[in-house]
Design a protein around this ligand. Sequence first.
Ligand code: BGC
Length: 721
Amino acid sequence: MVNWKIEENGFDEEKATGLGNKFLTGNGYMGIRGTLEEFKREQFPAINLSGIYDQVGNGWREPLNAPNGLFTRILAAGEEYALPEKECLSHKMTLDFRHGIFHRETAFQTVKGKVLLETQRFASMDEKHLICLKVKITPSFDGSLEVLTGIDGDVWDINGPHYDKVETGTEEEVICALGITHENKDEVVVCESFDAAFAAEEVTESAGRKIVRHLKLTVKAGEEYTFYKYISVYTSKDLQGYKEEAKALAVQAKSKGYESLYAKHCSKWEEVWNVSEVLIEGDDEAMESLNYSLYHLHSIAPRHSKSLSIAARGLSGQTYKGAVFWDTEMFMLDFFLFTEPEVAKTLLKYRIDTLEGAKKKAKGYGFNGAFYAWESQEGGFDACSDYNVTDVFTGRPMRTYFKDKQIHISAAVAYGIMRYVQFTGKDDLLKEGGAEVIIECAKFYYSLLVKRVNKDCYELWDVIGPDEYHERVNNNAYTNRMAKLTFDSAVNILENYTEQDSVLYKELYNKFKDAAEHLYIPSPDKETGVIEQFDGYEQLEEVTVSEVKSRLLHEKEYWGGAYGVASHTKVIKQADVVTMVNLFSGEYDKDTLYKNWAYYEPRTEHGSSLSACMYSMLACKCDMAEKAYPFFIKSAKADLVDGGKQWAGLIYIGGTHPAASGGAYMTAVEGFGGLHIENGTLKAESKLPDGWSKLSFKVYYLGELHQVTITKEEARVEKIN
Ligand code: BGC
């Protein structure tokens, strides 16, 4: 029986931060960390907002956390009973990941007797600006009890405070908090309406950045005291009149009532599952972790926008500056493309709309065309700093070259756009700016080509490939192949979408064709079949991952950069050549695919959550489902298992891993299910691991929904009418 719930029993303060990610709920507009209502900033509660950023001084520019409208604490005899300050008798949290419902129940021993506190909440899938919270209190004594519930504007920030000011106020039955940001004076408004099923004395109190309703109840042992909060969140970027809208929504939600909003929210979730659920017969654990991954992707999908992308840590906080990386196009896109193509379009539209930022970046380095931001924020601003890692020994920032040299980002954008065209069969995106993006990306690579006097081919020098531990290398196989894909795509665009007598065509066609034909792509070694990751990789020190690890002087020391322990060895951070041969597997025979898998796997640290799925998918292509399986589980459980990387030195780097979630999906459908396009037809192939008797899912192809069913014996793709 497949379980759509995860559970955590008992309270451990140490685990609270990690659980904030694991129990996340969200609706694309905002992500609510799976933290407790009574938490203050020290425990990292957050209602993290998409697409709005702020910078304070020289700190990192990062997304905003809204004033926390969930804030609730209970008091007995004037004393607050809240975690983690007070011990509890029992504590349990659950997340229904079928419907994005968070639930907790905690029993406290107060001076007056026991009190059970239960809450249930969701970020509405039906109304992006709305959070609904239900609170139930059951005392075991007769007497009085107090509740503080309201909006806490003293939010958790990594590089804040992002609000110069938080103004609080009351209007009729609604309480509000308005945060004004530092950099652009943007405003975030949170309003809350309240509905109690019991009588209580109520006073509204505001102090500092907080506004609360202070309730005094006379209670009876064993009775339940339930109240509801309807919390609306808007920013000044959403629309004019956002403050009025916020108030109106809070009032309106109250009149609709919790149960009806809950039902609507759940039915929206059922709608998305109706297309996207993946069924695995014979392996409940795999099915649960995979659909849990999909839950996370759904919770951060920008369905409310026509042009917005997903940050590398989703909506789980400010880690990685809330920025968009190649993760979106290379790891998450397929899921949306296959199950909700409109969302895929929204993600790619974001790149089209940030083209100006990419052109500016290219120009800044003296290149042509579009060099997309490595860590993209609104407008295509590159949030990646020149010093992106802190040296644990000196505490000094280390010069890193991710922003300057990870040129493969522009190719990821071109790849994403072409993949959209291939799977939807539509050219709407190309017409809406996608064609221009591809041309600009090709111009960028063209301006980077290096030609040696004694060679016929073009090369790309001084780059960083997916493996970030080896900086500033020449001819990274992945980068070169992806640049060729960009040239090929640009040639295709020029041939099919421009007039042959146009200036654009005449000026660029021959250049791009020549570049596509002559760009050097490292080929498999004649004897070993191995493709060298970059020029000179073979000469690096041959050493195991564990040996490299044992050379660390500090457990949090950075492995790459100038003197990192891996930099001068063959040990790599994540799938690099393997990513390339997986993407272009049709260009190599199975033996070569296998040889590269077998060569690079033992040399890979898998230090990035993006690594495992690539090894898994390639293993499937080499007919090694059993070898693929543990990597698949690793990807699918990236946010389920405790103990993921939470800190890098003093920097909090925890959060959810949507690229791993997307990677798990790709592994299931394209790896074990062998889904691919063959001469314009959608095909599947059975590559199921031992325990799986059946794999079935639905995908959109050329605008039509298809049912894919794979057993050990056959793989069927049928149109659903
Ligand atoms: C990886 C990158 C990835 C980034 C964000 C880094 O650790 O090396 O490939 O894009 O994290 O997920």
